[in-house]
Design a protein around this ligand. Structure first.
Ligand code: SF4
Length: 109
């Protein structure tokens, strides 16, 4: 995404507010933060669906997911809601790198 850092909406709350330089290439730059931190129950129908659609076209999805797995966050990061990230991390026995690989393998199927 070509937007400058200063154009990030609601700094401190959008997914790209944390992490490393990968955030500069995040597809969510300039998107409405509410997409990534939607109201309602995470297990509700379609929760975070619009955010996950943005994540699917994001070039830094793996970096973002690794960040959010290592530093638990609310909302959608790396294309997954918190429960999805927790589940992935459990399957990977706490190994963040392994969890990122499992997520990528799941997307490739
Ligand atoms: S994977 Fe999603 S939340 Fe993470 S940087 Fe990309 S678009 Fe933003």
């Amino acid at each position: 995404m070509a937007a400058g850092v200063a154009s990030l909406p609601a700094a401190g709350r959008v997914p790209v507010a944390g992490g490393g330089e990968w955030r500069l290439r995040a597809a969510c730059r300039g998107e409405d933060p509410e997409l990534f931190f939607p109201p309602g129950r995470e297990d509700g129908p379609g929760w975070g669906a619009r955010a996950r659609a943005v994540c699917r076209r994001c070039a830094v999805r793996r970096d973002c997911l690794a960040y959010a797995l290592a530093a638990p966050e609310e909302g959608v990061w790396g294309g997954l809601p918190p429960a999805g990230r927790e589940s992935l991390l459990r399957r990977a026995k706490g190994d963040v790198a392994r969890a990122v690989e499992l997520a990528a393998a799941g997307r490739a199927r």
